[in-house]
Design a protein around this ligand. Structure first.
Ligand SMILES: NC(=O)c1ccc[n+]([C@@H]2O[C@H](COP(=O)([O-])OP(=O)(O)OC[C@H]3O[C@@H](n4cnc5c(N)ncnc54)[C@H](OP(=O)(O)O)[C@@H]3O)[C@@H](O)[C@H]2O)c1
Length: 333
């Protein structure tokens, strides 16, 4: 059983996008993904929130995805569990209306941890493709491992779907090092190319061994919750009460025992960003990128797409990112 073969993916940007210090990165670049016909965009839009919104929000939801597509986002991350399929359906509707059906979109969806037996994996993908209105997805992830279902069958089922061209590449999410080793070992011809994990300036220690393993084995880390649910955008710093829903879904960040300290660090990060003349979220996104990860941001209205892209467009210097790293660790010196 050999783990995924080492091959560090290297970012490919359009020549004109090479960033100078404090430079503006005008487009979202891509990274080659071994065995996949399409490269992986460096910045994506996550559609978990679509599942949480009520039906009245559908127009805003579609406008948000549409704005992202218009501004050059191509990586869209969804899952069969988001809104019990509603997120996939809405994404499919928006992409179907884009030019030519958006063949250049990089669509990622996930099979639920409740559907990891081989026949369930296939059925889940068939249902996801139907909701997305596409013949294939570019990357299919195991949403999370289920210790009660052998990974061998799951991975073999995924490899069969890859060989049939129904999925462009195979990945996992929320996998630890042991699970990654096992999963990669069950693949014969395909490669395990992605692990999607929670990773941001404030939530990093748990992800570190996984990041090191992935870097050594050529597995790309997709970082979810890259903006710490808005904290790294400067939200929730003014003492306003954090909405219950946010506290519930990001309990670790908004734990009352931890939050005041994180807010203090976030205020220092905000000061650093001002001093460096970059949007605060630039620190969060480009710190991740420097760590070798690619961020998948959430957004709940079109304006957030614009400001996230603005943040992406400003790459802080390495010295500034070093200071951001230290501040986020709690080093105020
Ligand atoms: N694999 C997994 O298990 C897993 C788990 C979690 C997430 N994910 C994926 O990762 C994606 C992103 O995760 P996340 O939503 O936790 O990430 P996030 O990017 O840290 O947080 C997104 C939230 O931050 C706020 N925000 C974003 N842009 C903003 C802006 N420009 N100004 C102010 N606030 C802004 C919004 O909050 P409001 O909506 O409150 O305004 C938005 O919903 C999800 O959508 C999902 O696709 C995967």
């Amino acid at each position: 059983m050999t783990p995924a073969k080492p091959a560090r993916p290297r970012a490919k940007r359009p020549a004109r996008a090479a960033p100078a210090p404090h430079g503006v990165v005008p487009t979202i670049g891509t990274i080659p993904l071994p065995g996949s016909p399409k490269p992986h965009p460096e910045l994506g839009l996550g559609l978990w929130a679509l599942g949480r919104w009520s039906a009245e929000d559908e127009a805003r939801t579609k406008a948000t995805i549409g704005r992202a597509f218009e501004l050059g986002f191509r990586w869209f991350d969804t899952a069969e569990v988001y809104g019990s399929g509603r997120s996939e359906r809405i994404l499919g509707d928006v992409l179907a209306r884009a030019a030519g059906g958006a063949p250049d979109a990089f669509v990622v969806t996930k099979v639920s941890w409740e559907h990891l037996r081989p026949s369930q994996v296939r059925a889940s993908l068939v249902n996801s493709l139907e909701r997305l209105g596409r013949p294939s997805v570019d990357l299919y992830l195991v949403h999370a491992p289920d210790p009660h279902v052998p990974l061998s069958g799951t991975m073999e089922a995924l490899e069969a779907l890859w060989a049939e061209g129904k999925i462009g590449a195979i990945g996992v999410s929320n996998f630890g090092v042991g699970e990654l080793e096992a999963a990669a070992g069950y693949l014969q011809k395909a490669r395990l190319v992605v692990n999607q994990v929670r990773y941001n300036l404030f939530d990093r220690d748990e992800a570190e061994p996984v990041r090191e393993y992935c870097a050594r084995h050529g597995i790309l880390i997709e970082a979810y919750t890259p903006l710490a649910r808005g904290l790294l955008h400067g939200r929730y710093l003014e003492g306003k009460r954090v909405p219950a829903e946010i506290r519930r879904f990001a309990a670790r960040l908004f734990d009352p025992g931890r939050l005041p300290e994180l807010q203090a660090r976030a205020r220092d990060l905000s000061d650093l960003a001002q001093e460096a003349h970059v949007p605060m979220a630039s620190l969060a996104l480009h710190w991740l990128r420097r760590q070798g990860a690619v961020p998948v941001v959430g957004a709940s209205e079109p304006g957030q797409i614009d400001s996230n892209l603005e943040a992406w467009a400003h790459r802080p210097t390495d010295a500034v990112l070093d200071r951001a790293d230290a501040i986020a660790r709690g080093d105020r010196a």
